[in-house]
Design a protein. Structure first.
Length: 285
């Protein structure tokens, strides 16, 4: 890695690790101090804004690329500026003074960290899988192409859009399409030479170009779409516990690596496994 790449990697890793730690602390606090709707204690106001702003800082940092900076110093200052301006959906100008102070403190800690990295830290940086936050213009262009190619506009798609799937699609419940199936799909895509893809989300939240290793087709509070190259394939994860594979070669390849998959096609958001290991699907009312 170049010096700039190492510094950028350390900044990403800092945000990821601190986000996980701050969220863990908040969850521990909730276990001790259950809250009522809209009722936060002073300790909670000091806790949850911290991981929210770290998530926003990470998104802004990942919109930058080391190659876009003229030097390592200019990259550090660009990331510092990003940290000062980063806002998430829940972080802009909180009314609570404790929350405002917590957000300001996390911004300052991040900036101090990246400005005072040591040569030893930079030299020992361990690479992370590639991920870059898409600009609004890039994401908009991809959404327009996705709608033309697949009729997907960020709202519900198949199997929620129609009872019968169009040809060249498979849809599964997430109970079937588990981590093991995700690994099989990643391995198959790798054999096809696909190493990067785009992740688009309902509402335009956190949309990325990312490395195949980070491909996890799951609903995260927003409908998700994954595409690459000529848009000849698509993976979609919905809020109704479904994962859809589309594209003739993708469907054929998945059938090849999971020969029994058509026994487990999606027929509703609820599922249970019987004692024989087969699946019973219960459609929503």
């Amino acid at each position: 890695m170049s010096q700039g790449e190492a510094i950028h990697t350390l900044a990403r890793r800092y945000c990821e690790e601190q986000f996980s730690e701050r969220r863990r602390r908040y969850e521990e606090l909730l276990s001790r101090q259950p809250r009522r709707e809209g009722d936060y204690s002073p300790e909670a106001y000091d806790a949850f804004p911290r991981y929210l702003i770290l998530k926003a800082i990470l998104q802004f940092v990942e919109a930058l690329t080391p190659a876009s900076a003229s030097s390592a110093t200019s990259l550090v200052e660009a990331m510092a500026a990003a940290a000062q301006s980063a806002e998430g959906n829940l972080t802009p100008k909180p009314r609570n003074a404790i929350a405002r102070a917590a957000i300001a403190d996390e911004r300052a800690k991040f900036i101090e960290y990246i400005r005072f990295l040591t040569a030893e830290q930079i030299d020992s940086a361990v690479p992370l899988p590639y991920r870059r936050t898409l600009s609004k213009e890039e994401a908009g262009r991809l959404w327009r192409n996705l709608q033309v190619k697949w009729g997907a506009d960020g709202e519900y798609w198949h199997p929620l859009k129609s009872v019968e799937l169009p040809p060249g699609m498979l849809a599964f419940h997430t109970d079937y399409f588990d981590g093991a199936k995700e690994r099989l799909l990643r391995e198959f895509l790798m054999r096809r030479g696909i190493t990067r893809m785009w992740e688009l989300r309902e509402g335009g939240d956190l949309e990325y170009e990312l490395e195949l290793a980070l491909f996890e087709p799951r609903y995260n509070g927003a409908e998700g779409y994954w595409i690459a190259g000529g848009l000849d394939w698509l993976v979609y994860a919905s809020h109704e516990s479904s994962v859809t594979l589309a594209g003739e070669w993708l469907v054929a390849g998945f059938k090849e690596v999971t020969p029994d998959c058509e026994q487990y096609l999606y027929s509703g958001p609820f599922s249970t496994a019987d004692l024989r290991g087969t699946w019973k699907w219960a459609a929503a009312d």
